[in-house]
Design a protein around this ligand. Sequence first.
Ligand SMILES: C[S@@+](CC[C@H](N)C(=O)[O-])C[C@H]1O[C@@H](n2cnc3c(N)ncnc32)[C@H](O)[C@@H]1O
Length: 275
Amino acid sequence: MSGLITEAISARLEVAGAVPRQQDLYSGEGADFYERLVGSDRAEVREMLTLARKADGPILDIAAGGGRLTVPLVRSGREVTAIDLSDDMFSHLRRSLPEDSTVECVVADMRDFSLGRRYGLVLIGATSITLLDSDGRSRLYAAVRRHLAAGGVFAFTVAGGASAQSLAIPRDQEIGVPGPEGEEPYLFAQQMEEDGSARVVNWVRVADITAGAEVTVLTSRLHVLDHQILARELVDTGFAVPAVSPVRTDSGVEILLLTTSWAGSPAAGDDDASE
Ligand SMILES: C[S@@+](CC[C@H](N)C(=O)[O-])C[C@H]1O[C@@H](n2cnc3c(N)ncnc32)[C@H](O)[C@@H]1O
């Protein structure tokens, strides 16, 4: 694998006489593509709204992206802060907000943020926790702890069952992606890194692959994690043993929701006061 370009995509471009141009899946044209791919997916929305109904106070949506979860939460009348590394993703969120509603959109790294307030519910959807390595996750847990109100809930999702297993299998296939003029064929490729701890995914528009072209390859790198590893990390950090429940999806993709709260001493959770 060269950089974040999978062998399957490299080979396909080489045969066509094209060269790859790596582009992050969540910025620039990647952000537009990602919204086309998953923007209308309602998975996790019902579960997050249920958690929100039980939580007091404002909600923090981490790695909120185009607002797939933020917007329904705002529509349900809740005050939401969204953080994400990509302002390009936020431009989709801002466009989807109902008129007269406001969401505080903060461009920040989920491994290190200070918002100066606490939240009754902190959530991370779309299995985005897998974007982080172990060091990144421990920094994330510390930041979440600093932002949780007393009794606040921390909830996030991860792939489960057969869906989790399928993430480790190399894939190379054509997938139709909704576009302004109907479905457009894209090549999707997935490859595990050598040590098996992370996988790289690529998306390429088939129509772009022409001789001599510089072809945009949308890339992301995701860690291979299961709910047991994450549950252990939470407990080691001082969170309660998480409740694990399945998320209902129309697509048959198996997703698990982990829900926990701070179980350590209040003093430990109070340091740094989020400022
Ligand atoms: C899979 S998308 C999830 C978007 C949205 N929450 C959803 O449910 O569709 C992952 C998001 O994480 C953001 N992201 C990636 N790394 C990040 C980081 N270190 N800190 C904050 N956001 C990050 C990306 O910009 C992207 O918007």
